[in-house]
Design a protein. Sequence first.
Length: 252
Amino acid sequence: MPSNADPIRNWFEQGGRAYARFRPEYPPQLAAFLASVAPDNRMAVDVGCGNGQLTQLLASHFDTVVGLDPSADQIANAIPGKRIAYQRAPAEQLPLPDGSASLITAAQAAHWFNLPSFYQEARRAAAPNGVLALISYGVLDLGPVLNERFQKFYRNEIGPYWPPERKLVDTGYATIDFPFEELAAPPFEIRVHWRLSQFLGYLLTWSAVRRVKEAGREEVLLGFANDISSAWGDENTRRPIAWPINMRIGRL
């Protein structure tokens, strides 16, 4: 992982509005499970919270939920709610009292962290028997009609433009160091039914897509958009899309 002296780029610094509009939502059952393994329901902390997709779900189960993100743009677009407090802060410097957090989560964010520094902070901030959950969702499945063209786009056409950290997401964080007493998790997935515009809007939130545009290779994006539009049919048709959820959960 990079050192604090060599920070990695925050690809989502200017993407809060699109991120909030197009990113898929986690199932409520995920938050219920996380609450069930926490030692109590006093406080949950969502680190790298983005616009608060998981944060708001945790608020149904905890007295207080803190959403933390280093991006002012993400915090400005965060979903408000009772019992939720958002604050701009990096994962490596959690603005939390010692022993205060019953649950610490990082959803689709831990691959951006300096993990040794984050783990040190998580141990400090966690309540006795507190739980740390690193959550990610894998490559989407568009179903039999569209998936082959999508997989070619994802792996071959924009594959070289993914930041190196993306490999950690593709493997479900299976290869990262996770030095905690690990807990088993049931299978979860995100499922949506999206129109074509929603699907393409989601792709615009990808760091690799932004890198393709920055490289002046927009023909790659246009070619895929044309192909998938033709295969999609009526743009208002809602098609099922699924993402597998992967988790590393440990007791601190």
